[in-house]
Design a protein. Structure first.
Length: 346
């Protein structure tokens, strides 16, 4: 049987009226709910479950705010289901109460995620002749939409259980935008979070379907790992790489030389493209230590045929040093800032 990952699916909106189910419910919590004079009961579809009904968004918000005001030791173990008029509670997943609370504490951000109020900007990538040969696609607010910080948006998505949905939607947005503005043969670097891909054989189907739907060449795409957390399951990430490559897509490791993207991780994963962290690139022409570390990354990459890209180049001297080491690709404000339209293709 094919595994279906519910985290990749569109987030169901809260309906104007419905039923909230809670578990496990203590007698104290049950008594407190009864004191609120809400329509509630313990005779739900599952033993040990408290349910109560709401008839408006305002009443639902009142319930959510009240629950969120309770001591954290009471709410931390709680799981929640929110059922609309036509929902079967048996078919809906239990969600941690913390996710529901986070959704109501960040309603503006959640709206951006659920309604996909974003687009993709492009930052040029040049070769060693300074010709634009690729673009990285970066998440930005939709035209006329509410502005947001992409890092904060993904943080909210993590805390609300929506990071898989957002990561997938952002990938598809980038694929669609690339089809609109770039000719075939120009590579498109698109970020992905490995922690959002539980089953690569299933979770990446949407991505490959989008490439096919927009009649794009898989060989034009490079999907790059961006992860702020330790890559704890290296075999899982390698499986993700293998699934991408099996469909003709290249893979990249981002921020190499910083945080958890260490030279050891680089040597194990052997990505097609190696993006050197901007922290190492910054004034690398003036720092023997940075020069040594960058050269180590270049040597490791050369051992398995990885193409090295220097990120965050803002000064001509940085670019010239990187080029002297044989680094063939570069990206940074020296060549262009992220923009809604491509600059040019050379």
């Amino acid at each position: 049987m094919e595994h279906i990952c519910s985290s990749c699916q569109p987030v169901k909106p809260i309906e104007d009226w419905g039923t909230v189910y809670l578990r496990p419910v203590t007698e104290m919590l049950n008594e407190l709910v009864e004191d609120r004079n809400w329509k509630s009961g313990r005779n739900g579809y599952e033993s040990g479950v408290l349910f109560f009904s709401y008839t408006s968004k305002e009443q639902f918000l009142e319930m959510a705010e009240w629950l969120n005001s309770l001591p954290v030791e009471w709410t931390e173990p709680l799981q929640v289901k929110i059922c609309g008029e036509k929902d079967s509670p048996v078919l809906l997943p239990w969600l941690p109460f913390s996710q529901i609370a986070a959704r109501f504490q960040n309603m503006d951000m959640v709206s951006i995620i659920t309604q996909e109020k974003f687009t993709s900007f492009m930052q040029p990538i040049v070769n060693d002749q300074e010709a634009i040969v690729a673009y990285e696609f970066l998440l930005r607010a939709a035209p006329g939409g509410e502005s947001f910080n992409p890092f904060e948006l993904f943080d909210v998505a993590r805390r609300t259980g929506m990071h898989s949905f957002l990561d997938r939607a952002a990938r598809i947005s980038a694929i669609r935008r690339s089809a609109e503005v770039l000719p075939k043969g120009v590579k498109r670097f698109i970020n992905f979070l490995p922690s959002s891909i539980y089953n690569p054989d299933y979770c990446l189907k949407h991505t490959f379907a989008a490439i096919q739907r927009y009649q794009q060449d898989p060989q034009d795409f490079v999907f790059e790992v961006v992860e702020t957390e330790r890559i704890s399951d290296m075999p899982h990430l390698q499986r993700i790489f293998n699934v991408y490559r099996s469909r003709g897509v290249s893979v990249a490791l981002d921020d190499v030389g910083s945080g958890y993207s260490t030279p050891e991780v680089l040597a194990n994963l052997k990505p097609d493209f190696v993006k050197v962290d901007r922290g190492l690139i910054d004034r690398c022409d003036e720092s023997p230590d940075k020069q040594r570390r960058i050269e180590e990354i270049v040597n490791i990459s050369s051992s398995f045929g990885g193409v090295v890209l220097a990120e965050g180049i803002e000064r001509r001297e940085e670019y010239e040093f990187c080029r002297s080491l044989g680094i063939s690709l570069a990206q940074g404000y020296l060549f262009g800032r992220p923009a809604s339209e491509p600059i040019a293709v050379g």
